[in-house]
Design a protein around this ligand. Structure first.
Ligand SMILES: [Zn+2]
Length: 230
């Protein structure tokens, strides 16, 4: 039976992982999870003693993580995850002296000096990633479709996904970074087709279909998901 001091609900919240690879004990707080990594032969009571000693620090960290999720950038982060190119990625917040974002597979590490800047850090990263993708795809489609455009920009439009002006300036909504690449390609093709048909005539849609045979599905996808865009 446990002595009374181990009769603490806090200890039940900790995930203890023992491994032969670990030589030292480490504790990490990720979202709402407390994880303790330990060498295999260390006794549970010993680990509990360490956890109880560190309880104050752990609870402070948990509170801090919760507080992070409560701020206004909740709009772009859902349940500690964000969407990029149609894929859900988990977020790991890291306090740092400089701001940066590092993507490691399905995890996005967000380094920040000031938590009020997190929304902007993510937006800046989103913008860079989207710019890079759009740049590549526009180069490809420009050649394929034999069209010329002047420039493209990424804008924080409210609902419009893209636009094309008479003088060949294209603009795209930053939010489209959350969509699957195929849907983004449809949006790019759509705007490039406006360089030839400045309307939504039958000829326009025929041209869209030529380069994007699946466009009807992508339109449906956008309609279905439009409310979930950040
Ligand atoms: Zn249009």
């Amino acid at each position: 039976m446990f002595r009374k001091k181990y009769d603490d609900d806090f200890l039940n919240k900790v995930i203890i992982k023992r491994t032969d690879r670990k030589k030292t004990i480490s504790i990490s707080v990720k979202g709402e999870k407390i994880i303790l990594l330990s060498p295999r032969l260390v006794s549970t009571n010993f680990l509990y003693d360490i956890l109880l000693k560190k309880k104050k620090w752990i609870i402070k960290k948990l509170k801090y993580q919760n507080e992070l999720m409560e701020t206004n950038y909740k709009k772009i982060i859902f349940n500690e995850s964000l969407l990029k190119f149609g894929k859900k990625k988990s977020i790991s917040f890291k306090k740092s002296i400089s701001d940066k974002v590092i993507e490691k597979g399905d995890i996005v590490e967000i380094y920040f000096a000031n938590k009020d800047d997190i929304e902007n850090i993510i937006k800046k990263w989103y913008k860079e990633e989207l710019e890079c993708y759009i740049n590549l795809r526009l180069k490809h489609y420009k050649k394929l479709m034999k069209v010329r455009y002047n420039s493209f920009h990424i804008k924080p439009y409210k609902s419009k996904l893209g636009s094309c002006s008479y003088n060949g300036r294209l603009a795209f909504n930053l939010k489209i970074i959350t969509m699957p690449r195929k849907v983004i390609d449809y949006i790019l093709i759509h705007e490039l087709c406006h360089l030839k048909h400045f309307n939504h005539s039958k000829d326009f849609w025929c041209l869209v279909e030529k380069y994007c045979p699946d466009f009807e599905n992508h339109k449906k996808w956008i309609k279905k998901h439009q409310n979930s865009f950040v």
